[in-house]
Design a protein around this ligand. Structure first.
Ligand SMILES: Cc1cc2nc3c(=O)[nH]c(=O)nc-3n(C[C@H](O)[C@H](O)[C@H](O)COP(=O)(O)OP(=O)(O)OC[C@H]3O[C@@H](n4cnc5c(N)ncnc54)[C@H](O)[C@@H]3O)c2cc1C
Length: 385
């Protein structure tokens, strides 16, 4: 039994819900014996062989057209699958970004040749992408990116730096937001998106160690990197519009509410034992589920908008802001609960899991856009800015 089982407030179409049993069965076998503190990494966990196995099962690129190797299914089907991956803490980090946003971006803005070249290997779990947006002085203020690509006879020459690039050291390609014309004062104008092959001469990838001691994101330097003309994705100078659409894909999934779900389940398992069951713990469990359940309904409603072909930018920002709040509440509240108990009663694996999630929790409301930025978007959606 998992916390997920008690959260069903909104219907998912039965043909998509039907996928859940098969995915659960597979994951129950694949994840058997993997300790909770490892499963808690989930979409930060990297396992390229696991991604290839999902590709063989036809579970990557689920919403992409079959002609490019995708599954041709609805966003609801992908929601069910992703929800199960997160719930089991499957190591999905290697294909995560390519599946979630790079392939849909290429599908939306790429040329036919780009679609045929890049999307099928993504669906096979063989080609991994990273997001080249942030720079040392351009995070929230993304329009001030300084990496610059200058056109030349053979394509582009790229110089500059990206930072906090998740998994760049394990990826084949980056989709980078860069300036291709104008100056920094032009802001959103003159930006473009380029697909950068990270093996090219002039690309240096340097992993950064985070608070938990792991190196999952990187600095990436471009020193006169020569890119072919068809590295440009979409139209030159339209990078801002494209990146905005990409961020809606990035923010709209259930990963923005379930980052602490493995910890929550591990703690619930303890609360179900005689030593773990206290009145305060039962109240806390109810409080957390009462927040997760409506959030899940909202998150599914965002998927409904994707299914209608809409780009739910403000709605995704709202769910992400509220969702990361609950993701951060869970480790803090569980730590308070465990602090009031006898140390010898607390299972060691629960403590290991709490330790890991507590260390990474501050990043939940930074990655994918900070809370302040999301609230600015919500205010704009309300016509207040
Ligand atoms: C785990 C993790 C993974 C990441 N992966 C990637 C990745 O793969 N690719 C990528 O490109 N980036 C990635 N990032 C970077 C992330 O997108 C940025 O950290 C984020 O956008 C914030 O930018 P910044 O770090 O430059 O902080 P800043 O923009 O300098 O913000 C600092 C603080 O000021 C606040 N602030 C800034 N502007 C305003 C404003 N206008 N109004 C009110 N408050 C404001 C912010 O909310 C924040 O609290 C990742 C970050 C993390 C933590």
């Amino acid at each position: 039994m998992s916390a997920l089982d008690s959260l069903s407030l909104t219907a998912i179409p039965p043909e998509d819900e039907a996928l859940r049993g098969e995915v659960r069965e597979f994951l129950a076998r694949a994840m058997q014996g993997v300790p909770a503190h490892v499963r808690a990494k989930s979409w930060s966990g990297y396992d390229s062989a696991f991604s290839r196995e999902l590709g063989r099962k036809g579970w990557l690129g689920l919403t992409l057209p079959k002609e490019y190797g995708g599954g041709g299914r609805s966003p609801y089907a992908r929601y069910v699958m992703v929800e199960e991956f997160l719930n089991f803490g499957a190591p999905v980090g290697s294909h995560w970004i390519a599946d979630r946003q790079s392939a849909p971006l290429i599908l939306k803005y790429g040329s036919e040749a780009q679609k045929r070249f890049y999307i099928p290997p993504i669906c096979r779990g063989e080609s991994f992408f990273c997001i080249g947006m942030s720079e040392p002085n351009a995070g929230s203020d993304l329009a001030s990116v300084k990496a610059r690509a200058i056109p030349d006879a053979n394509g582009w020459i790229l110089n500059g730096q990206k930072i906090w690039t998740t998994n760049a050291h394990n990826c084949h390609y980056m989709i980078a937001l860069v300036r291709t014309s104008g100056t920094a004062e032009d802001r959103q104008k003159g930006l473009s998106q380029l697909i950068v092959d990270l093996k090219l001469p002039g690309v240096t990838v340097r992993p950064i160690r985070d608070l938990s001691g792991e190196s999952h994101f990187c600095e990436v330097f471009f020193d006169n990197v020569r890119l072919p003309a068809d590295a440009l994705i979409g139209a030159e100078g339209k990078g801002w519009e494209q990146v905005t659409a990409e961020l809606a894909f990035e923010r709209s999934g259930p990963e923005r509410l379930y980052s602490s779900i493995v910890l929550f389940d591990e703690w619930l398992a303890f609360v179900r034992t005689p030593q773990g069951r206290t009145r305060e713990a039962l109240e806390l469990a109810g409080r957390i589920v009462a927040q997760l359940a409506p959030l899940r309904a909202m998150s599914i409603a965002v998927t409904g908008k994707l299914a209608k072909g809409e780009s739910p930018i403000v709605e995704a920002a709202l769910v992400k802001d509220l969702g990361t709040g609950v993701e951060q509440l869970i480790p803090a509240a569980i730590a308070d609960d465990l602090y009031s108990r006898q140390p010898q009663d607390i299972p060691m694996e629960l403590l290991h899991t709490l330790d890991y999630v507590t260390q990474v929790a501050p990043s939940f409301s930074l990655r994918g856009g900070t809370r302040d930025i999301l609230r600015g978007m919500i205010a704009r959606g309300l016509g207040l800015r």
